[in-house]
Ligand binder design. Sequence first.
Ligand code: C2E
Ligand code: CA
Ligand code: CA
Ligand code: CA
Length: 278
Amino acid sequence: AKAAGRRQVRTFSAAMDAALGEQRRLEQDVQKALAEGAFHFAYQPKFRVSDLGFAGCEALLRWDHRLRGAVPPGVFIPAAERAGLSVPLARHTLHAALRQQAAWRAQDIDIAVAVNLSARHIVSGQAVELVRDALEAENGVPERLEIEVTEDVFIRDPGAAASTLEALRGLGVRLALDDFGTGYASLGYLQQLPFDVIKLDRSFVAGLGTSTRTERIVDAITRIAHGLGAKLVAEGVENPVQLARLREIGCDEGQGYLLGRPMAPEALSALARSHGLA
Ligand code: C2E
Ligand code: CA
Ligand code: CA
Ligand code: CA
């Protein structure tokens, strides 16, 4: 029995070693990808719910690894952060998105772009400088840049998060509270921080047309957003019934597979053009 126990321990630790090895390899691959500029963005359009007018886009990081294939951001972003690459990744994100926006502007298409910054990054104390430097280096227009942050930013360090977000607003960029409703103290944050946009998590959108309770909640959230002078953007709009409910409720903008998948920059600018932008 003792020998079997030892064998089990050995198997377990071999599995641990393998998992740790894989984690480290992933971290190294992310580092390499960042250095080689192998990350790119897909841009997902947003539309006004009322008349389906084009309303800007969100930049979503993509990584197509030569062996691993398409690695989801939910996997490689945490790996990048474990490898201490959160700041370089955020820097890359901001510069690349602003550069793309400038390229569109050079073609006479003015497209508002939203980028995601991780909670870890916001409380790191470097976010304001990074955003300011990126705007300067890429000739960015602050009012056309939106920064999306999730609620976990406040769990980590509410004080630091609040002062960073205030300072970001001071630069003139717009602030969006992402995945709204999934945290556990959402309303408390709204009390303290002036967000320009609230992004309703897609778990609520999924209940539109099927759950009266969800519809009442979305209706109430819309009123709260409007009462605070913020726009409400619904994410994960996947079918016409959801869109119709959002229109009845008075939600401002929608984003989701029904309206447009994340796409290459050329496809997005063509879409913007077809909507009469520029
Ligand atoms: P998110 O910020 O909530 O982004 C929306 C996610 O929902 C995207 O997944 C998008 O492709 C997906 N989505 C859009 N429409 C629909 C829909 O109709 N149905 C469904 N089921 N999904 C939809 P993606 O691109 O895989 O990104 C996942 C998460 O990774 C993002 O969630 C965001 O938290 C993070 N992320 C992406 N890019 C960046 C980045 O540049 N920096 C940071 N820090 N995080 C990023
Ligand atoms: Ca987002
Ligand atoms: Ca979101
Ligand atoms: Ca999400």
